[in-house]
Ligand binder design. Structure first.
Ligand code: GLY
Length: 573
């Protein structure tokens, strides 16, 4: 038997072993946030997320709740008739996944389906009505995220959205503004008119809106999972309604739809790790290109105009590549190794004049088609450190402005995100756009760019709606976060944008001073001041030093969005 004396002598060694054993646990405990943060485009959706966290759900359950609530309360931007991307990072094992719930072209779709007999694009057909709609992906995304990553039953996570639909939600200033753009078209769809118009007029801000039809569809998904939408009554109603209105959906389209898990893109900037969206998003590839081009410059030494110069030139180049190379990875071979390579970025950097704008025409390529701008992003970090960055869309405001009667949701018009007329030689005789041509079962290229920063001191989830401008918004917002800005500073920062063609720099009101605009003009830029601001960015940041969580919603829709962090005591009260 060991003497008491021996044990005392060994005590320092035992303590050392205990400390070593406990160290990983202590380290993990240390890095958990004190609070949880949610930022979404609508307060009612943010509240749905906190409700689910309070019931013991994780960030992924809360993402299902927020996503479904947005489908009810923000029908102009996203919903069950649309699609989305869920970028998730799990704290327990560091697993990162990109859930691709993007819409797919119907199996009866064809490359020239929106061209008239003379080969001209008939944009009205790819934008309005049943023929414009791809097969929805969001319901499949909700089910996949809940089943594979959530802690709670899907039924529980969908409950707040079902309640909002049945007991009513408040029509916001944003709902009221956006319906103004689509009232005429919504009036042409019997289902849309019944859902959104009262004697032909849209609701007023502050009205309570009831949507028992979408509640029934959500209840079917809650009860039956994936089959609740893609099979049975919902599927039959949708297919019959789409066909009756001139669309080409079949029951097979719905039966075959699956959300897909993809590997997120990972890259480093200034030693910080960033996770972002792979194809069929174009955003991540462009974001990697932007940061890689900029990483070769001594940015800290640049004045504001010089920094703007290199940023705009980088934007010009990555948008050109986006239009030439990117599409659905299940259909097209993309030169990903090249596009993501620092050597390729160095080549692009070398083509940037130190002080002069490069005319886009001097970089032959093709321009991307117009892209819809109404989409919704939300960001969540829970108190375990799980992260969800989610962007979802129906494309234009109220999507195709078409509702199958009795379903309670608009169908998307994401078919317009394909190149409706690919392969047409441009001014330089280049043929391109094939990567994003319409093919049966293919996903249209998207700009949605949910992104996660896994920094040493700061972790963040970021994203925004805004069509082709999403990518430059995420780039500018993330640059602010990397520079130490708060969530509120990141979402409110002024925005500029260049997308190769048109060859001009869009500038938000007040984003640049007169002197900066003159300096850019002298360098050869066409500066195009925009009449209105754009975007609706939602950011959550977890500061690891003090374990605080900071959430903010874009002030451009002040009073509508919900960006909030709540400490544990407040959540579990
Ligand atoms: N419909 C907008 C986007 O996916 O980029």
């Amino acid at each position: 038997m060991k003497s008491r004396h021996q044990t005392i002598r060994r005590w320092p060694r035992i303590a050392l072993w205990l400390a070593l054993l406990l160290l990983p646990t202590l380290a993990l405990a240390e890095v958990k946030p004190h609070a949880a943060g949610i930022a979404s485009a609508n307060k009612q959706a943010t509240e749905a997320g906190f409700e689910i966290l309070a019931q013991g759900g994780n960030a992924f359950d809360a993402a299902v709740a927020v996503s479904a609530a947005l489908a009810v309360v923000e029908p102009e931007s996203s919903g069950l008739g649309g699609g989305g991307f869920f970028l998730l990072h799990r704290a327990s094992d560091g697993k990162a996944v990109f859930v691709d719930a993007r819409e797919k072209a119907p199996l009866a779709a064809s490359r020239d389906m929106y061209l008239d007999a003379d080969g001209n694009a008939q944009r009205a057909l790819s934008v309005n009505g049943a023929l414009a709609a791809g097969i929805p992906g969001l319901p499949a995304g909700l089910v996949l995220v809940a089943e594979r990553y959530g802690k709670l039953p899907l039924k529980q996570s969908l409950a707040p959205a079902i309640r909002l639909a049945r007991k009513g939600y408040i029509w916001s200033a944003k709902n009221a503004a956006m319906i103004g753009f689509r009232t005429e078209q919504l009036a042409k769809s019997e289902g849309a008119a019944a859902l959104f118009l009262r004697k032909g007029k849209p609701p007023a801000k502050g009205d309570r809106i009831f949507n028992p039809d979408i509640a029934k569809v959500l209840e079917r998904i809650a009860g039956e999972g994936h089959r609740g939408f893609y099979d049975g009554k919902t599927a039959r109603t949708l297919v019959e309604g789409v066909k009756a209105a001139g669309g080409i959906w079949s029951l097979d389209d719905l039966a075959q739809y699956q959300a897909v898990e993809r590997e997120p893109l990972r890259f480093q900037f200034q030693g910080e790790e960033i996770l972002t969206s792979p194809p069929p998003s174009s955003g991540g590839v462009a974001l990697v290109g932007l940061f890689q081009i900029l990483s070769g410059y001594p940015l800290a030494e640049f004045d504001r105009v010089q920094r703007l110069h290199v940023e705009i030139e980088a934007m010009r180049r990555v948008y050109r590549d986006r239009a030439i190379y990117l599409g659905d990875p299940d259909f097209v071979q993309m030169p990903m190794q090249m596009l993501l390579s620092p050597y390729y970025a160095a080549g692009l950097r070398a083509s940037i004049h130190t002080r002069k704008a490069t005319p886009s025409d001097a970089l032959p390529g093709i321009s991307a088609g117009p892209e819809g701008s109404d989409t919704s992003h939300f960001s969540i970090i829970d108190s375990e450190g799980n992260i969800a960055a989610v962007t979802q869309s129906v494309n234009l405001p109220f999507g195709a402005a078409f509702v199958v009667p009795g379903t309670g949701f608009v169908l998307n018009n994401e078919m317009d995100d394909f190149s409706v007329k690919p392969g047409v030689p441009n001014a330089f005789g280049l043929i391109g756009d094939d990567a994003n041509a319409i093919e049966p079962g293919k996903r249209p290229l998207s700009s949605m760019t949910p992104t996660i920063l896994l920094g040493k001191d700061r972790v963040a989830a970021i994203g925004s709606p805004g069509g082709s401008r999403i990518i430059t918004m995420v780039f500018l917002g993330l640059s602010k976060v990397l520079a130490g800005s708060s969530a509120a500073e990141a979402v409110s920062a002024p925005r500029i944008h260049h997308q190769y063609q048109p060859d001009s720099v869009s500038v938000e009101p007040g984003a640049l001073s007169e002197a900066e605009i003159s300096a850019l003009t002298e360098r050869g830029y066409t500066v195009a001041p925009a009449e209105r601001p754009w975007g609706n960015m939602q950011v959550v940041i977890w500061n690891k030093q003090d374990r605080s969580v900071d959430a903010a919603s874009d002030p451009r829709w002040e009073g509508v969005g919900g960006g909030e962090s709540r400490d544990r005591e407040m959540i579990f009260r």
